[in-house]
Design a protein around this ligand. Structure first.
Ligand SMILES: Cc1cc2nc3c(=O)[nH]c(=O)nc-3n(C[C@H](O)[C@H](O)[C@H](O)COP(=O)(O)OP(=O)(O)OC[C@H]3O[C@@H](n4cnc5c(N)ncnc54)[C@H](O)[C@@H]3O)c2cc1C
Length: 372
């Protein structure tokens, strides 16, 4: 039995652990539980009408969204974890017709988009009563994932399957085996045959002592969580508002509004008044009234995403094929993360992986320093 350490228990690490063959691998997941993006996330799985032009990213996101059907089935995820809620798209400009045409053409290779409907102003508000009366585009295949509930569900299943968990901040070194140390004390925690580093923006510090330069940075994301009196909110679709905000209804009147994309805040996890004001301003043109803000005090969720210079994710083995890495998932990591975890598990089973359809070569993001 080979020993494998997974550093980072977010959506990639936990999905990878869950798909690994437990008869071949003894698995330990190490996670510092600081600033985790998956737990803080909004939950939208709906990549098809993104304005991004990166074709490789789109292929990964499209396949990632389609992968949800298998994921739900493999791990018996119920509606409290993932639901095909449908997505409403709202625009400031009157370009819904253009969006509809794009959706129709994308649907040819992504039938999971589901049914497309142009909604009248009245129909939009009926679908999601917090919205102002305005036309929208409804796509029935859009989904909503509760990131924290997903991790909790997978952890329960993993514990029953003998996977070990350690809440630790880790540093990494290599002799013939991989050595994992507790970051503050330097105490050796164990030796491993394989290691998967799925630590979000923490990848950079983990690989630096091994002589790698990694093009990945932290991006602060804040969102607001409101508790409203609506009891049927779990039936509402997710609303993607033009600009930098989305409205994500969960169970029992819980509504998320977010999120910010702050590239200069480093690993800071403090909620800010600026984020509150920003989210209020960008969502205001789409909301029926300001009641959400004036009557109900929101709580903040803050997490740290990882992003690269070209805002694209990367994953796969390094030169030394006993280590795999994955990071840079940015704002769409709930969509791409489970599929990446699955592909990495497949790599450990078969010792091969073809990432070329999904990303530029690994040395675009990770370079070995020549003097180390
Ligand atoms: C506010 C917000 C809203 C979002 N909304 C959406 C959305 O609607 N749709 C979507 O698709 N995506 C969304 N995302 C993006 C998505 O959440 C992330 O891209 C994805 O969760 C990243 O997963 P990950 O497993 O790579 O990293 P993470 O979930 O961040 O997990 C990495 C883990 O590694 C641990 N770690 C780091 N360094 C170490 C170390 N040295 N030792 C031990 N552990 C370590 C961290 O503590 C963390 O728990 C959102 C993100 C944020 C912050």
């Amino acid at each position: 039995m080979k020993k494998i350490a997974i550093i980072g228990g977010g959506i990639i690490g936990m999905t990878l652990a869950s798909y690994l063959d437990k008869t071949k691998f003894a698995i330990t997941v190490f996670d510092s539980e600081v600033g985790q993006a998956t737990k803080a996330s909004a939950g939208i799985i709906s990549p098809w009408l993104s304005k991004r032009r990166n074709k490789k990213w789109y292929q990964l996101a499209r396949e990632g969204a389609a992968f949800y059907e298998k994921l739900v089935c493999d791990f018996h995820l119920d509606a409290s974890v993932y639901t095909k809620s449908g997505t409403l798209l709202l625009r400031k400009k009157n370009d819904l017709e253009e969006l509809f045409t794009l959706a129709e053409s994308r649907k040819k290779e992504a039938p999971e988009i589901g049914e497309l409907r142009k909604l009248t102003a009245e129909e939009t508000q009926k679908q999601l009563p917090l919205l102002k009366r305005q036309p929208s585009l409804h796509i029935s295949g859009g989904g909503r994932l509760d990131g924290a509930a997903y991790l909790q569900e997978l952890k329960q299943q993993a514990l029953a399957n003998g996977i070990r968990f350690e809440k630790r901040n880790i540093t990494l070194s290599k002799t013939t085996d991989w050595l994992l140390h507790e970051a503050v004390t330097g105490n050796l925690l164990g030796t491993f045959d394989f290691v998967a580093v799925t630590a979000g923006p923490g990848l950079k510090n983990l690989l630096s002592p091994l002589g790698y330069q990694v093009d990945v940075r932290p991006q602060k994301g804040q969102l607001l969580s409101f508790t409203t009196a609506f009891k049927d909110s779990q039936k509402w679709p997710v609303a993607m508002l033009d600009g930098e905000s989305d409205l994500i209804p969960f169970n029992n009147g819980t509504i998320l509004l977010g999120a910010t994309h702050e590239n200069e805040a480093g690993f800071d996890l403090n909620p800010t008044q600026e984020a509150y004001e920003h989210l209020r301003t960008v969502s205001q043109p789409f909301l029926d009234s300001d009641e959400l803000f004036s009557k109900i005090n929101p709580t903040f969720r803050v997490g740290t995403r990882a992003y690269t210079s070209d805002f694209a994710p990367f994953f796969g083995p390094l030169e030394d094929q006993t280590i795999v890495v994955a990071s840079g998932l940015g704002s769409s990591g709930l969509t791409t993360g489970p599929y990446i975890g699955y592909l990495l598990a497949d790599y450990f089973h078969n010792q091969s992986i073809d990432t070329t359809p999904y990303q530029k070569s690994m040395d675009t993001y990770i370079k070995k320093e020549t003097n180390k």
